[in-house]
Design a protein around this ligand. Structure first.
Ligand code: GDP
Length: 445
């Protein structure tokens, strides 16, 4: 079961409680059993699922809840919190400091995406003003150095490796020393892929860690690893001090639940997820927005992150300010569509709170794009007064007919677009931006 499917099964299980007149023990059990099944089918390990079920039952004590309490809401909140707890080990990972040398070592199974992820991680930090460098200590796989070299060259990141030296410890130490001298503040060591049954390779990994003394060891895990995730992650943790996890290939059809198990096994947070083969298909991972997105509640902070990347700085503040003042006109929506259309499709999905479910259903991104363009064509036929009004009453029957004629669309399509606008404007009301204009501290509606 892919993650999006897991999310919708959990959401459906919660919504089922809308159909019962009284939320009693049975309704709660039915809901929790359905969630348990969905999680197990997504490869979350059994003890974790069991623990979650027990915790929710402890929190939601139906007998003690007086009439009038919104039980469904309380259950929903408990499920949300428990899912967050599963993904949050409660201690942050080391983050590199600018101008201070930091060594980060990547470990994982072969094919997990380590080499690709090393470059993505370096590239991400380079864009944030760090001075990263890549060291290829993978002497096991033929072609590993070439791959790293190619990626690093493309991203203009300095690299170190050898075609002849077969001792990974020696290469790692040389590389780290060299880049420390060159005042790099983020030295990334890529290592060979290995499996927990390969004792000698595990010993070699321990030696690389001992020799380079990394500030952080990142365990890279393919999201499709399934139920094996827990054992593998634990084996790595027992050999080197894993301090963070990166889950790759979240764009595929993997079950993804193994991510939850890896967090539990390593007691380390997921810090990034890989969402494609390209360098910029890499997202910061935050627990709450992720769970929010999983449950179809939108991911406001992910959207803010993307707005920061694609919208020019001076427009960012203006856009959020307009929104937060309740001044969300059709023109603002038009501008938002323009920005949104610049985002890569797979990153766009479900980031917009309140907008995602209907306007951008997963798997229908192309259609969503077409729909946005269609809406924009209709808006092109509006007058300035119509575009700048936040009062939908301005749209009389004759105006709607004029817009439909002008844009070559049906009247019902114009009405549908206006309905969509009203819904989005309502969701956007209540967004709060801090006085200093820091977009990352925007409080969602
Ligand atoms: P390594 O053996 O762990 O170093 O793995 P590689 O970095 O060589 O990656 C193995 C394959 O997975 C390559 O074809 C990568 O392009 C691909 N890959 C890595 N990360 C992602 C991702 O996030 N999404 C997708 N779709 N492919 C990825």
């Amino acid at each position: 079961m892919v993650l999006a499917e897991l999310g919708s099964r959990i959401t459906q299980a919660i919504q089922q409680m809308n159909n019962v007149t009284i939320i009693d023990e049975k309704a709660l059990n039915d809901c929790l059993n359905e969630i348990t099944r969905a999680l197990l089918q997504s490869d979350v390990s059994f003890p974790l699922v069991k623990e979650m079920q027990t915790n929710i039952k402890k929190i939601v004590n139906l007998r003690d809840l007086a009439a009038g309490h919104n039980k469904r809401r309380i259950i929903e909140q408990a499920i949300f919190n428990e899912l967050c707890k599963m993904l949050d080990p409660g201690k942050p990972a080391f983050s590199p400091k600018k101008a201070k040398p930091g060594v980060v070592m990547f470990v994982g199974l072969q094919g997990a995406g380590k080499t690709t992820t090393c470059t993505k991680y370096a590239y991400y930090h380079q864009k944030k003003g760090y001075k990263p460098a890549l060291v290829c200590a993978d002497t096991f796989r033929a072609g590993a150095f070439d791959q790293l070299k190619q990626n690093a060259t493309k991203a203009k990141i300095p690299f170190y490796g050898s075609y002849t030296e077969s001792d990974p410890v020696k290469i790692a130490v040389e590389g780290v020393e060299r880049f420390k001298k060159e005042k790099c503040d983020l030295i990334i060591v890529d290592t060979s892929g290995r499996h927990k049954q390969e004792a000698s390779l595990f010993e070699e990994m321990r030696q690389v860690a001992e020799a380079t003394k990394p500030d952080l060891v990142i365990f890279v895990m393919d999201s499709s690893i399934g139920q094996a995730a827990f054992d593998q992650a634990q084996a790595f943790k027992q050999t080197v001090a894993v301090g963070a996890v990166i889950i790759t290939k979240m764009d595929g059809h993997a079950k993804g639940g193994g991510a939850l198990s890896a967090v539990a096994a390593t007691k380390s947070p997921v810090i990034f997820i890989g969402t494609g083969e390209h360098m910029d298909e890499f997202e910061v991972f935050d627990v709450k927005p992720f769970v929010s997105r999983l449950l179809g509640m939108g991911d406001w902070s992910g959207l803010v992150d993307k707005i920061q990347e694609v919208v020019p700085k001076d427009l960012q503040h203006e856009l959020v300010e307009k929104v937060s003042q309740g001044n969300f006109t059709l023109r603002t929506l038009y501008e938002q569509f323009q920005c949104t259309l610049n985002l890569p499709l797979n990153q766009l999905y479900s980031m917009l709170p309140g907008i995602s479910a209907q306007l951008m259903p997963k798997g229908h991104e192309e259609e969503s794009r077409a729909k946005m363009k269609r809406y924009m064509t209709m808006m092109d036929s509006m007058t300035d007064k119509e575009l700048d009004s936040s009062n939908p009453k301005v749209f009389s029957e004759s105006r709607i007919m004029r817009i439909a004629r002008g844009s070559g669309r049906f009247v019902r399509e114009v009405m549908e677009m206006l309905e969509e606008y009203k819904r989005i404007a309502k969701t956007m009301k209540g967004i709060k931006i801090p006085k200093n204009g820091d977009m990352s501290k925007v409080i969602p509606p």
